[in-house]
Design a protein around this ligand. Sequence first.
Ligand code: DAH
Length: 402
Amino acid sequence: MSESETENRIPPKKARSRSRMSIDDKTNKTLKDLDVKTPEAIGELFAELSLALDSERQHLIGEGASDDHERAQKVKALRDRWLARKGGQVSLIDENWLKKAPKELKPTVGRAFNQLRQQSASVETEQLLQDVPIRGSATAHPETTKAEFGVGRPSVDITLPGYRRPLGSIHPVTRVMREIEDIFLGLGFSIESGPEVESVYYSFDALNIPESHPARDEWDTLYVNSETVLRPHTSPVQIRAMKKHGAPLYILCPGKAYRHDNPDSTHATMFHQVEGLAVDTDITFADLKGTLEYFAKKFFGDKIKTNFSPSFFPFTEPSGELVISCVFCGGEGCRVCKESGWVEVMGCGMVHPEVLRHGGIDPERYSGWAFGLGVERFAMMKYDINDIQLFHQGDVRFLEQF
Ligand code: DAH
């Protein structure tokens, strides 16, 4: 018998024990523990999760609930099982599989993870509440009296319109953040987060902005006390991630930032940024240019042109701005681009050696590039929105357009 035949009959020990494990057992382990090493094995693993998600959902729909209360409870239980931030299957997969995946498998895991994350929207509470029926009284209506139907017959008036719950939609800021995440997850980046109430040290000192430096004033910072701020940018997460994971490191941090700005059509006290950071051996400015150009074309479309202009940030050297051809006039010149045909869309640069040092990474061995962008601004360009305040007012007439 050839070796491959033997393998077909008796699966290797690890694979056998893996197939007997429950989903929860698996998502609590890393891919390494599960002995999953190839794109094919990753595909199978995610296919299994996708089937499980669907069958648990179908099971609940088939089973139904006896009343509103029971339905709400069952729906919440299934939703939490998959989507709870702490301990939900999706977040376990993120923590244990994606974040801990070896570098060469990250893009594969990232893509599969994304698909599962999209599929898992089918167990969001609102969606499930619509799908799970209440047994027996599906269309019963309190006004339908026994007299109308004859005593003893079930009071169901099938001519009454059903009860329609308005479905919400995904907020444009969330939508754009997810789109940016998807592009970078596909490149092997992982998602990091950090606190919004942040120390002055992480917000400034560790980013090479000493107290005496005039650049501190550029971030109109909201101080909680002399050592604590509402973070004025997402850059502090760079330091936290470097300290936590070391190098090599490829991370993306979407999150809120706060500034002491007067609200107008382009400024808000709270807004969103996405921070990106890549640290590895032999990272050069060419990596930064190539990656950001790829990203800009994926996000805004292949037609846009990209360029870089010199800039200054204390935490990068050299620093630049990614410039793209104006999405409104296609580069001809209009009011938005001030007739120049170009718009600056994000700050970027090569990570300053001092910043790497603060993150506990040896700048003699490693180098890195980073960027920071404003999510509302990206959404405004993508959807042709002229006032940043619209994102934060919660007006349904605006939100339901997305
Ligand atoms: N933190 C900067 C800001 O809020 C944006 C930024 C610029 C972030 C350059 C970076 C970078 O990581 O390399 O204006």
